[in-house]
Write a protein that binds this ligand. Structure first.
Ligand code: FE2
Length: 370
C-alpha cells in the first residue's frame, strides 16, 4: 500500500478547547481550523454531534474532537479511556483504492470513501479499523484545503514564533500480552508495513517486548509494545489498566533543535522525564563523540543513541494525562533511521522513575493505606 506519511492525528477529548489551550501554551501548537454543527451546517458536514479544533505545529497536524452528545463515538471513547488518540490518518494518493485494499485484507470498514470539495481543493477520506479503539483514516488531497466542508480554516493568533517541531516521527502502541504478534501481522497484511526493529526491553525487574513496523515508504512508523507477564508488573501493565485496554502510549514529534524545544516547552509548563547524572558520566565511553555537547543534554535529561546510520536524541515528556497514560516524545535525528538499543531502556527507565511514585500512591490508596 502506498502510504505517503502521517497526515494528521485525531484525539478524542473531554473538552477540545481546554486540550487546545494546553497544547498551544505548553507545546507551541496553533489553532488553525475548527468544525462543528454551526460551522457549515450539520447537514453538510455530519458534525452535528461534535466540535473539533485543528492544531498545527511545523508540519504536524492534530485534531481535537469532543462529543456534544452520547451518540457520538468520542463520548464512549472518553468514558472508556479518558482523552486519547482515536485516529491516525495516512496521507495516500488514492483513498478509495487503499480502503478497498484494506477491507479486502481483513480490515473493519468504519467509514466508506467520501469527498469534500471547495475552491481550494478536494479531499477524499475513508476510515478502517486499526487496533483496539484506534482507527486509520486514508486522506487523499488535491489542493490546499485541509478538509473542505468539515474543517473551516482560521488564521492562527499573531505573534507566531518559529516552529520548534517539524512533524510526527512515530507513534507507540501498548497492547496486552499475547497480542503483539497479531497486531504486527495486521499492520503487515492490511497496510503493507514491514518489521524493521525488535527489542526486548528490561527496566529493573520489568520486561517488555517491542517491535517496530514501518510503511513501505518509511514515512509512517509504529512501535508496538506488550508486557512480559513472567516479570514484575510494570508501566505497560499500568497503561493497559489505566487506559482500559490497548491504545496509543505516545506520539513522537521530530525537531531540529531538541535542546531549545525542551527548554521552551519546560518553561511553559510541560514536564519532562529526569535522567540521573550517572547516565552522562559514561556516555562518552558508550557512544563516543556526540554531535550535541553532553553538557547541553545533561541538565535537560535528553538521551542520545545511534543506529547504523547516525545519532538520535530523545526525551519523553511527563504524562499530563489525568490517568497518567498518554505522553509526548521529542526526537532529533542526525541520520538515524530506526531506534537505538540503549535509548529504549533508558527512556523507559526515566518514565519508570516518574510512574513509580504514582503507582505506589495509587496502590496504597486502593488498599486504604494512604
Ligand atoms: Fe518513541
Amino acid at each position: 500500500m502506498d502510504i505517503l506519511g502521517i497526515d494528521h492525528v485525531e484525539f478524542y477529548v473531554g473538552d477540545a478547547r481546554q486540550s487546545a489551550f494546553f497544547l498551544c501554551t505548553a507545546f507551541g501548537f496553533h489553532v488553525v481550523g475548527h468544525g462543528g454543527p454551526e460551522v457549515f451546517g450539520s447537514a453538510q458536514t455530519g458534525l452535528d454531534a461534535q466540535r473539533t479544533l485543528l492544531l498545527s505545529h511545523g508540519d504536524s497536524r492534530v485534531l481535537l474532537t469532543s462529543a456534544l452528545n452520547s451518540a457520538h463515538p468520542a463520548d464512549g471513547y472518553v468514558s472508556r479511556h479518558g482523552d486519547g488518540v482515536a485516529v491516525i490518518a495516512f496521507a495516500v494518493p488514492d483513498a478509495a483504492a487503499c480502503y478497498e485494499q484494506a477491507v479486502a485484507a481483513g480490515a473493519r470498514s468504519v467509514e466508506p470513501p467520501r469527498v469534500g470539495k471547495n475552491p481550494q481543493g478536494t479531499v477524499t477520506t475513508a476510515v478502517v479499523g486499526g487496533f483496539g479503539d484506534v482507527v486509520h483514516r486514508f486522506v487523499q488531497r488535491e489542493g490546499t484545503a485541509f478538509w473542505p466542508g468539515v474543517i473551516e480554516p482560521q488564521e492562527p493568533a499573531p505573534h507566531r514564533e518559529s516552529d520548534l517541531v517539524r512533524a510526527i516521527d512515530h507513534a507507540a502502541f501498548c497492547v496486552p500480552a499475547g497480542e503483539l504478534e497479531d497486531t504486527v501481522d495486521y499492520y503487515r497484511r492490511v497496510f503493507g508495513f514491514k518489521l524493521i526493529f525488535e527489542e526486548y526491553v528490561e527496566v529493573g525487574s520489568q520486561g517488555m517486548y517491542s517491535q517496530v513496523v514501518q510503511s513501505g515508504s518509511g514515512t509512517a512508523t509504529f512501535t508496538i509494545i506488550q508486557p512480559d507477564m513472567s516479570r514484575d508488573r510494570g508501566q505497560i501493565d499500568d497503561f493497559l489498566t489505566w487506559h482500559g485496554g490497548p491504545g496509543v502510549q505516545h506520539l513522537a514529534l521530530s525537531t531540529d533543535d531538541i535542546v531549545a524545544a525542551v527548554r521552551t516547552f519546560s518553561d511553559r509548563g510541560a514536564g519532562f522525564a529526569v535522567t540521573p547524572g550517572a547516565y552522562y558520566d559514561v556516555l562518552g565511553d558508550r557512544i563516543g563523540a556526540t554531535d550535541l555537547p553532553v553538557e547541553r543534554l545533561r541538565p535537560l535529561g535528553i538521551l542520545v543513541d545511534r543506529d547504523h546510520w547516525g545519532q538520535m536524541y530523545q526525551i519523553f515528556s511527563k504524562s499530563m494525562h489525568i490517568r497518567r497514560t498518554y505522553f509526548w516524545e521529542l526526537i532529533e535525528r542526525h541520520g538515524a533511521r530506526t531506534f537505538g538499543t540503549s535509548n529504549i531502556p533508558a527512556l523507559y527507565a526515566a518514565k519508570e522513575r516518574e510512574l513509580a511514585d504514582v503507582r505506589d500512591s495509587v496502590e496504597l490508596g486502593a488498599a486504604g493505606l494512604r
